[in-house]
Design a protein around this ligand. Structure first.
Ligand SMILES: N[C@@H](CCC(=O)N[C@@H](CS)C(=O)NCC(=O)O)C(=O)O
Length: 225
């Protein structure tokens, strides 16, 4: 039974679902919508997701929406290599970590990478009415990255020795921060990210570890290649 994921290149919520399939070793196809042409707001896609958001997954003749619920369903459809753990204790830890990062890390990442990617190098696109924007966003992001760094003191992945939903959710955001730092270092310096590898050595190693897992390379946003 084929699986089709509708996604937009660079969308963290679409990327986390692709990682869920990759961690499980399950094959899927991706339909990349053209975000700049607003393909996700055209009637054809709105018939799939009336909110005009990605991801959406077509499987078994049904359409599934909402990235976290799709990750949860993956364990139902493909029980091997569970994304949400196999004991009540690991399940509790993974759900808590996954939902925390789905919310705080995503927002903290957006607060920094949106102005950086949308501005020119050394001149992030800031809101002129908000003099504290850089200081606030910098603090938010560094706090969230420090939480991840701390978790990685306990194991190779965020919730232990196997990749879980928590890694699938955090990876795209950390990758976006690293991408911003690699492509716009002067802008990222303004936000207090000067040398990502030195500031967050465990996170940096974790990124490398996940990047080489089977099936992960092809989940990278095509427009980054
Ligand atoms: N709650 C939804 C949110 C999906 C969402 O916000 N997707 C973003 C990309 S990460 C999107 O489609 N943005 C396009 C737009 O709003 O125009 C989920 O978790 O799947």
């Amino acid at each position: 039974m084929s699986i089709l994921v509708h996604n937009i290149s660079g969308s963290p919520m679409g990327w986390r679902v692709l990682l869920g399939f990759a961690f499980k070793g399950v094959d899927y196809e991706v339909n990349y919508l053209n975000g700049s042409e607003r393909e996700h707001k055209q009637p054809r896609y709105l018939a799939i997701n009336p909110h005009g958001k990605v991801p959406a997954v077509e499987y078994n003749g049904e359409i599934f929406l909402e990235s976290l619920s799709i990750l949860g369903l993956l364990d139902n459809w493909f029980p091997e290599r569970p994304l949400f753990g196999s004991s009540p204790d690991s399940m509790k830890r993974i759900w808590r970590t996954t939902t925390r990062h789905s919310d705080y890390l995503l927002n903290a990442t957006n607060a920094v990478v949106f102005p950086v990617f949308n501005g020119s190098e050394g001149e992030p696109k800031l809101d002129p009415a908000d003099p504290n924007q850089i200081a606030r966003a910098s603090k938010l992001l560094k706090t969230e990255l420090a939480v991840l760094e701390q978790l990685l003191q306990n194991g190779a992945f965020l919730c232990g020795e196997e990749p879980s939903a928590a890694d699938a959710v955090a990876f795209p955001d950390v990758a976006r921060v690293m991408r911003a730092w690699e492509t716009k270092p002067a802008s990222m310096k303004l936000f207090g990210i000067e040398n990502f590898h030195e500031m967050f050595p465990l996170l940096s190693a974790w990124q490398g570890r996940i990047s080489v897992l089977e099936g992960v390379a092809s989940t990278r946003p095509p427009h980054w290649k």
